[in-house]
Design a protein around this ligand. Structure first.
Ligand code: MG
Length: 665
């Protein structure tokens, strides 16, 4: 067949709808180590040129294989949630669950259009290629035995391969055979073959393999297609690991999956060892000595813990735990305790940076799995059992100076008062320029929740939404002319968690010519006094921002007072005292509760002009209270008339009771 007629044949086959038909891929045999125990028959048949028979023998081998284990699936106990069942059923009509921020899910057409991009949010396009509905289809298949799920899965799997080629392709040939433009295909590769997405598929296809393996739709030909495609995925990651961050961790952990789950590949050991080596290196690189992950994002911190653990579960299932040193386990343990210390009593985490809220059930399940890894750790047991056994941490307040997270805490119970303040180093991609910000929990409620993230990146419209939530001024911290921080490297100048008055002094060189020093006094385990001082030769307006929880909040711009009127027994009075006259300004306030979800809330700032030689100084008293009848009268002033680089000295009055708060450092 000459070249032209070959193209014609392909074009005709495509028109006839046969493009997704499975072919026997002899190449699969060259990727496998045919001397692997159990593959003797496969080797013999292949060597005798009987590849069809060899593929049958290979499928038989996999269907009988029991020595490889995965912690992700137990075929004897497959369960499906109502939601997963819906995703599986929707997928039969090509309505694919891609992202929970975009519901209801979009339909990708009878002839699936893998380049369909209804909202130009990168996540929507990337995550289509994670095939999140394939796993639910596998579960639906195992539970119902209905072949329609397996048939649809095999069809979609093949359709994806055909329409999302990776190979460096010849432009002319591509346009002739595929009917798509070459540029379109190249652009598509950026999404379909981003290493993070590839790693998702690499991991999840191990479960899909098991769930569908017994199906008649899982033919010997399909097996060879699957093995060639899977191999291409692993090779792609090996050559294209992300440079850093959580992506690299995900990719490494999934290479361990690939190597462990398919030990029959010639390169399986290399893949596994590559993943293990990266995790062993990165756990030192990405985790500070205090246990915090360097993206300074509680959610990605949690994700990193789970990645490190997942690699261990796979190792335990298949007997290679010894490839991880003890220090790897010790670091995970310190990361878990870091996390416990920066969370609130209802297991929620501060939504600093791109963090998501999470839910209690998932968090408790996390602790339960961690408790199995660290059975001797009484604190992890305490959180795993929701306080029913184990021991609560001996500490209350705690500083993580390297990561720049500081927790003031008076109890581990629900009625606790807990402030978590973030003032750390520069941070990686998911970090936000929010140095100095905090969240405050009191008596069962988060009174100053972070604005959160709302969306990641996309076209200009989507990115503008993201950028609103990233602004420094939508956090509980100080800005110059409402601008976002230029420098994000805070230092801890002082920390004391003992006695009636606990104290933190942290300093951020926020802008050229303006340094923000924030001192926090936690007084009598009851209320907070924040002293914010902005010094340097910058000229402009200095703004001190506060963002409250949604609900009714009363502002008094004369008294510079904010009093919440939320239902229930958790409210707050906030009053600001300036050294110079202040102007209270109400601002746009939003809090993202989930991806693409947000609620309006009260936000405001206290503002004062600053000259080149002056320092802008504010004292804010934040007094949480349970009962509207007991709202205290507050006042405050500076005792030191001049700003000093080595001390803070203020006087506060609560119901006329005077108190001096000072610290030298
Ligand atoms: Mg934020």
């Amino acid at each position: 067949m000459n070249k032209i007629s070959k193209y014609l044949a392909i074009a005709i086959a495509r028109l006839a709808g046969k493009i997704t038909a499975q072919e026997l891929k002899s190449e699969a045999f060259s990727l496998l180590n045919l001397d692997y125990p159990g593959l003797e028959k496969v080797k013999e048949l292949h060597q005798n040129g009987k590849d069809e028979e060899a593929a049958k023998a290979l499928l038989k081998y996999y269907r009988a294989r029991t020595h490889v284990k995965t912690p992700d699936v137990d075929l004897s106990k497959v369960k499906i949630s109502k939601q997963e069942q819906e995703w599986a059923d929707d997928a039969l009509n090509h309505t694919f669950f891609v992202h929970k921020g975009y519901q209801p899910s979009y339909n990708y057409g009878e002839d699936i259009n893998w380049q369909y991009w209804p909202v130009k949010d990168n996540e929507l396009r990337w995550q289509l290629h994670r095939h999140k509905w394939f796993g639910p289809m596998g579960k639906a298949y195992r539970i119902s035995g209905d072949e329609k799920y397996a048939k649809a899965w095999a069809h979609q799997y093949m359709d994806w391969i055909k329409k999302n080629p990776l190979v460096e392709i010849d432009k002319e040939e591509y346009e002739l055979t595929s009917g798509n433009t070459f540029e379109g295909a190249k652009e598509n590769m950026r999404f379909a073959w981003r290493p993070l997405e590839v790693s998702h598929r690499l991991q999840d296809q191990t479960s899909q393999f098991l769930l569908f393996l017994s199906s008649p739709s899982f033919t010997p030909e399909f097996l060879t297609e699957f093995l060639v495609n899977y191999h291409k995925h692993a090779v792609h990651i090996m050559g294209n690991y992300s440079k850093q961050g959580n992506h690299l961790l995900f990719e490494a952990q999934r290479m361990i999956y690939a190597g462990a789950f398919f030990p029959e590949y010639k390169n399986a050991v290399t893949w596994r060892k590559s993943g293990i080596e990266i995790l062993n290196d990165e756990i030192k690189e990405q985790v500070y000595d205090d246990g915090g992950q360097y993206e300074l994002d509680p959610h990605y911190h949690l994700a990193a813990i789970n990645i490190f653990c997942k690699a261990l579960y796979m190792a335990d299932a298949n007997g290679f735990r010894n490839e991880f040193p003890q220090s790897y386990l010790d670091t995970i343990e310190s990361m878990i305790l870091f996390y416990a210390n920066i969370c609130f009593p209802d297991y929620s985490n501060p939504c600093f940076s791109d963090a998501k809220l999470g839910d209690r059930g998932t968090e408790v399940r996390n602790y339960k799995t961690w408790a199995k890894l660290f059975p001797q750790n009484e604190q992890i047991k305490y959180f795993a059992t929701e306080g029913k056994s184990g021991k609560q941490p001996e500490n209350l307040s705690k500083a993580f100076k390297a990561t720049g997270f500081y927790t003031f805490r008076n109890s581990w119970k629900n009625d606790a008062t807990v402030m978590v303040l973030k003032a750390g180093p520069k941070g990686e991609w998911h970090n936000q320029p929010d140095n100095g910000t905090f969240e405050l929990w009191f008596n069962g409620k988060n009174l100053f929740p972070d604005s959160g993230a709302y969306v990641y990146a996309g076209d200009d419209e989507v990115t503008a939404l993201r950028n609103w939530f990233r602004q420094t001024m939508v956090h509980n911290t100080l800005t110059l002319d409402d601008k976002t921080l230029k420098t994000r490297e805070s230092v801890c100048k002082y920390w004391n968690a003992e006695g009636d008055v606990q104290t933190l002094v942290t300093e951020t060189p926020s802008y050229k010519g303006l340094t923000h020093r924030r001192t926090v006094f936690f007084v009598d385990n009851t209320y907070f006094v924040l002293v914010d001082e902005a010094y340097g030769d910058a000229v402009g307006e200095v703004n001190l921002h506060y963002q409250l929880a949604e609900g009714k909040v009363n502002l008094d711009s004369k008294a510079m007072t904010v009093i919440s009127d939320y239902k229930g027994n958790s409210n707050v009075k906030l009053q600001c005292f300036g050294e110079t006259p202040l102007k209270m300004k109400e601002e746009e306030g939003w809090r993202s509760t989930d991806y693409r979800k947000r609620v309006e809330r009260t936000a405001l700032s206290f503002n004062t002009p600053k000259e080149a030689k002056s320092t802008a100084r504010f004292i804010t008293i934040i007094y949480p209270f349970a009962n509207q009848k007991n709202v205290p009268a507050l006042s405050a002033k500076f005792n030191n008339k001049q700003f000093s680089t080595s001390n803070v000295n203020v006087e506060v009055k609560v119901n006329r009771k005077k108190r001096t708060l000072k610290t030298d450092f």
